[in-house]
Unconditional design. Structure first.
Length: 276
């Protein structure tokens, strides 16, 4: 699963893949045009509200109406950007995991040493040589698995996963996604794959992890993949322990990775079908 495929790709498969990518590229371009028009509408109503500030006796009814339009278009834009991120993930084919190479370590080390992340592995900022030594140690320990997270189609490095075995448990020690690729759903994709690795390849009975209590994005991600809250501690950095049993995962708490991708939302489906 974690080794790149070396077999030749049949020409007709390549044509199909290129056509699929072209379809998503066209949808992404259409979405960018829709976002641009929505941004123009938002700026128009924002300017109407700003102009009212300079009037001696502005029409309050019109100001309130313009303010309501600002809120509506801002919310609509947030939804459109979410749809755009979903299109980009579909085009790129999701993520894949590979054993981390030494050439990738410095970039990963930079992401890990950002405030709020380094406390998970290290109590203070560590020099790169320390992280390099740890990586060499992880490679020699059969119960430690360090993976690079890459975008499937482009093979761009976007993150790092450290998964360990402790008795009959699999423990996610760290998941980090590079800053410019966060809030796109990649973290959820990684957790689905971590669950598959833990239960299908490592034969773990359950999977656990710890997450800082103030990391709302991570908590939401782990909730989406079926993890439950097991305990809470406020010693040092307040954090939750979360986990899932093998039986829960097998019974469908976590989505089947072999299942077809979820249906597009109604507006996005219309976009794809009508090319609006």
């Amino acid at each position: 699963m974690n080794e790149p495929q070396s077999e030749n790709v049949r020409p007709e498969n390549r044509v199909d893949e290129d056509a699929e990518v072209k379809k998503w590229d066209e949808a992404i371009q259409n979405m960018h045009r829709i976002i641009q028009r929505s941004e123009q509408k938002l700026v128009y109503f924002q300017n109407r509200v700003k102009k009212a500030q300079y009037l001696a006796r502005p029409n309050q009814r019109k100001v309130r109406a313009a303010g309501a339009q600002v809120g509506m278009h801002a919310a609509h834009l947030a939804s459109l950007h979410s749809e755009l991120r979903e299109l980009e993930r579909r085009r790129d084919g999701g993520i894949c995991l590979f054993p981390t190479e030494q050439s990738e370590l410095r970039r990963i080390w930079n992401w890990i040493n950002r405030p709020g992340l380094r406390e998970i592995l290290y109590s203070t900022r560590v020099p790169f040589d320390t992280f390099l030594e740890d990586w060499h140690r992880w490679r020699t320990e059969s119960r430690v698995h360090a993976y690079s997270i890459q975008i499937r189609r482009t093979r761009v490095l976007i993150g790092f996963l450290l998964l360990c075995q402790a008795g009959d448990a699999a423990v996610v020690e760290l998941v980090v996604i590079r800053p410019d690729h966060r809030a796109r759903g990649y973290g959820t994709d990684v957790m689905h794959e971590a669950l598959r690795l833990a239960f299908e390849e490592l034969n773990a009975a359950h999977l656990t992890l710890e997450v800082p209590a103030d990391n709302g994005a991570a908590l939401t991600c782990f909730e989406k993949t079926g993890l439950r809250y097991l305990s809470y501690t406020d010693e040092g950095v307040p954090r939750y322990t979360m986990g899932i049993e093998r039986g829960e995962w097998e019974s469908g708490v976590a989505p089947d990775l072999g299942a077809p991708p979820p249906r597009l939302t109604a507006p996005l489906q219309e976009l794809m079908e009508l090319g609006l």
